[in-house]
Design a protein around this ligand. Structure first.
Ligand SMILES: NC(=O)c1ccc[n+]([C@@H]2O[C@H](COP(=O)([O-])OP(=O)(O)OC[C@H]3O[C@@H](n4cnc5c(N)ncnc54)[C@H](OP(=O)(O)O)[C@@H]3O)[C@@H](O)[C@H]2O)c1
Length: 330
């Protein structure tokens, strides 16, 4: 039987719980492709699943999905970049050797040398302009930001957007996409990340260590909270009439409070992002044109994937933590 290396998290807990093992290499079914993974990310989602650190009130729901006592699917990893190594007999959209980006449906399973995906799942051609490392980091932040900013908030040209957590994976994607949509963007980050947030297009950057955005008297059409500090009760006054509050990391309490919160046409959006192939197509197009480039924090080789988890767990990463899967070296 052909074997491959994969990083398995068999017990919830610290980064050391993620260990590389040899397991059976998957074989594509008739409607599947086999992708040789070149790079993947350790996302904040992987950290949440590994540690069961979830927003307040969400614990039972998360255990129900991911496994009550241990991870039901021990291979984490939400996104990948690589090349098609084999195709099932019914596959028509992809060819062997084609370079692709994948954002698989649950279970994610991208922390491995190989993954099979149905050809109808979320796979797009890798933009030539992006390295494998950048391509692997296209989706988790980009697709989430696109869903919340474009599909839910319907962000318009000229509107004012506040991004809380502008230096993280979601925040750095939100800043770039909002600029592409013609919005005026204010980003909140710490001093160390001010230059980064400015460099990806923010019109105004507020260093939260020396200035509180709540004291400036500003109001916004859209607030994108990627940190989990806002609720309708605390942030309604910072929204303009018809403003939209996007709670990316809301707990159950903030979500329940948001139901029916609609004064002055103001609305709240929260919950998991919808994940659609069209998001990848749009993101790949923007990457190809140079309008969107995933921000990379650090790149780790596959054998150091536990260190990559530890870096994500600090909560201080800038953009995405990438793991390269170099089968000739690992
Ligand atoms: N709803 C959904 O569908 C969905 C999808 C994906 C992720 N999420 C959630 O969205 C959240 C963000 O994910 P992520 O991957 O973007 O996280 P991340 O990359 O780990 O965020 C880290 C960044 O947050 C910044 N930060 C921390 N505290 C801050 C504060 N008080 N004010 C401003 N910036 C602060 C840090 O900058 P400093 O070091 O400078 O503070 C760092 O750059 C997570 O809770 C994740 O679970 C939700």
């Amino acid at each position: 039987m052909a074997m491959m290396k994969a990083a398995l998290c068999r017990e919830y807990g610290p980064p050391e719980n993620v260990r590389i093992e040899q397991i059976a290499k998957p074989e594509p079914k008739p409607d599947e492709v086999l992708i040789r993974i070149r790079a993947t990310t350790v996302s904040s989602g992987d950290w949440r699943v590994r540690t069961l650190t979830v927003p307040r009130g969400m614990g039972i729901m998360v255990r129900a999905v991911f496994g009550f006592t241990r991870p039901r699917n021990p291979i984490l990893g939400t996104e990948l970049a690589g090349e098609i190594e084999a195709v099932g007999k019914d596959v028509t959209n992809f060819r062997i050797g084609e370079t692709v980006i994948g954002y698989p449906s649950f279970p994610n399973g991208c922390h491995a040398e190989y993954r099979t995906m149905r050809e109808s799942d979320r796979i797009v051609a890798k933009p030539a302009r992006l390295s494998y490392e950048e391509a692997a980091a296209l989706c988790f932040g980009g697709a989430t930001a696109l869903d919340f900013l474009r599909d839910r908030a319907k962000l318009q040209t000229g509107e004012h957007l506040l991004v809380i957590g502008a230096s993280g994976t979601l925040g750095s994607a939100a800043v770039q996409l909002a600029k592409h949509f013609g919005a005026h963007v204010t980003g909140i980050c710490s001093a160390a990340n001010v230059e980064l947030v400015r460099s990806i297009g923010a019109d105004r950057v507020i260093d939260y260590t020396c200035e509180d955005y709540r004291n400036g008297g500003e109001t916004y059409d859209v607030i994108f909270d990627a940190v989990g500090v806002a609720s309708f009760r605390t942030h309604e006054t910072f929204l303009k009439p018809n403003g939209r509050l996007l709670l990316l990391a809301a707990g159950l309490h903030e979500m329940l409070e948001a139901i029916g919160a609609k004064r002055d046409g103001k609305r709240v959006f929260s919950g998991p992002a919808k994940e659609r192939l069209e998001h990848l197509t749009v993101l790949a197009g923007l990457a190809e044109s140079g309008a969107y480039r995933p921000v990379i924090d650090q790149v780790f080789p596959f054998e150091r994937i536990a260190d990559a988890h530890a870096r994500v767990e600090t909560g201080r990463k800038r953009g995405s933590v990438v793991v390269t899967v170099d089968q000739d070296k690992d």
